[in-house]
Design a protein around this ligand. Structure first.
Ligand SMILES: *Cc1c(COP(=O)(O)O)cnc(C)c1O
Length: 392
């Protein structure tokens, strides 16, 4: 950990320079590393020194720079970068749990997170109990002495439920369970997840960390003990490592993340406020609005409403599709956290796998759209939304 602040760490932390003294971090596009002697190779397989590498599935200098930079930003002891956000979620959960273990998770989750818990973990004999993430009594009732992992998305995708991390962490720790938090929507800029009791924090770096829609990536952050003794053996043998090229893109992304995400959140707040009273919208969901059920909690935990807005278009799916098809500037896609403003209809895309009943309990109504606010002029984004709403 360094003595500098978050904003400084995001520019400098983790930097390693080669013999050429380059300013911008080098891309070490190499799978392997040579040894001077057979004895040196043997020694490296016994224990790795600080700047020693064996094979890029285990680690790589560019990837290591990214891991140290994001760890410094998050205030975590260590990190392991993965090929995608889902590789990170899968590795974190599968590396901790074994047959017979019990997991408690909030119900409002990204479709693929739900798939891992509901379909994959269960196949290997792990019991999973789902709760309403905003109901502390349900968490307390579900967590048992044999609970190994407590899991949630700190701000859920796409309905923006905000979880009280401190209270859930206390319940998890009373049962000696690890509290694993998918923190994508909170972003590393606004996150204080570790301070609030998360043991393991996960990002899809595909989102705000790249921030420009180029590469897939993920990262798992935690104590050095957890990352090296529990996670690393699983990941290095199952092959979920991040590519050095993608790690370089992520390093460059982190350098500007504070400026980007704060500007995106400012615009999101402006849009949410402006759209609140629009007659074509049944409900605007934005943690920064006082109408959001966990508004106070969101502001205490992260100090921001974030970069994502969800709203329910009057006229259900037909109304939502008319609205999406009339947009001129905002693009229809399923990514988020990009510098471009992006829109998704979760019910028919990212969350289409859910049954109608699951959609209903998770608040994924037919008219719901999810807006990822970008870096364009806020007035242009608002004009595009308001204009398209006229077609509903
Ligand atoms: C996108 C996303 C993921 C998955 O990340 P990928 O990089 O697409 O694999 C996981 N959790 C949440 C909350 C996400 O938004």
């Amino acid at each position: 950990m360094t003595k500098w602040s978050k904003r400084t760490n995001q520019i400098h932390a983790g930097t390693r320079r080669s013999q050429y003294g380059e300013v911008s971090e080098a891309i070490f596009l190499t799978q392997g590393f040579v040894y001077d002697t057979a004895e040196q190779a043997e020694a490296r397989f016994v224990a790795l020194g600080e700047d020693e590498f064996i094979y890029a599935r285990y680690g790589n200098p560019t990837v290591r720079m990214f891991e140290e930079r994001i760890a410094a930003l998050e205030g975590a002891e260590d990190a392991f970068a993965t090929a995608s956000g889902m590789a990170a979620v899968n590795a974190a959960l599968m590396s901790i749990c074994r047959a017979g273990d019990h997991v408690v998770s909030s119900r409002a989750l990204f479709g693929s997170c739900l798939y891992i818990l509901e379909e994959i973990m269960v196949r290997y004999g792990v019991e999973v109990t789902f709760v309403d993430g905003n109901n502390l009594d349900e968490w307390a009732a579900a967590i048992r002495p044999d609970t190994k992992v407590v899991f949630c998305e700190s701000v859920s995708n796409p309905t923006l439920d905000v979880i009280d991390l401190k209270s859930v962490a206390d319940l998890a720790h009373k049962a000696d369970a690890l509290f694993v938090v998918d923190n994508v929507f909170a972003t590393p800029v606004f996150s204080r997840a570790i301070e609030h009791g998360a043991d393991v924090v996960i990002y899809s770096t595909t989102k705000h960390i790249d921030g420009q829609g180029r590469c897939l990536g993920g990262v798992v952050l935690g104590t050095q003990d957890f990352i090296r003794k529990t996670l690393e053996p699983y990941l290095k043998h199952t092959g979920g490592a991040m590519s050095p090229f993608n790690a370089w893109v992520m390093l460059k992304g982190i350098e500007t993340i504070d400026l980007r995400v704060r500007a995106q959140a400012d615009t999101a707040a402006t849009l949410a406020t402006a759209l609140q009273d629009n007659p074509k919208i049944a409900n605007v969901i934005y943690p920064g609005l006082s109408s959001h059920p966990q508004h106070d909690l969101a502001m205490q935990m992260t100090g921001s409403g974030g970069t994502m807005i969800a709203f329910d278009i009057a006229g259900g799916q037909e109304g939502a599709f008319r609205f999406l098809n009339a947009l001129e500037l905002i693009t229809i896609t399923n990514n988020l956290g990009d510098s471009k403003t992006l829109i998704t209809h979760p019910g028919t895309t990212t969350h289409s796998r859910l049954s109608d009943e699951q959609k209903a309990t998770n608040g994924i109504t037919p008219g719901l759209v999810r807006l990822s606010v970008g870096l364009e002029d806020p007035a242009d984004i608002l004009a595009d939304v308001e204009n398209a709403l006229k077609n509903v």
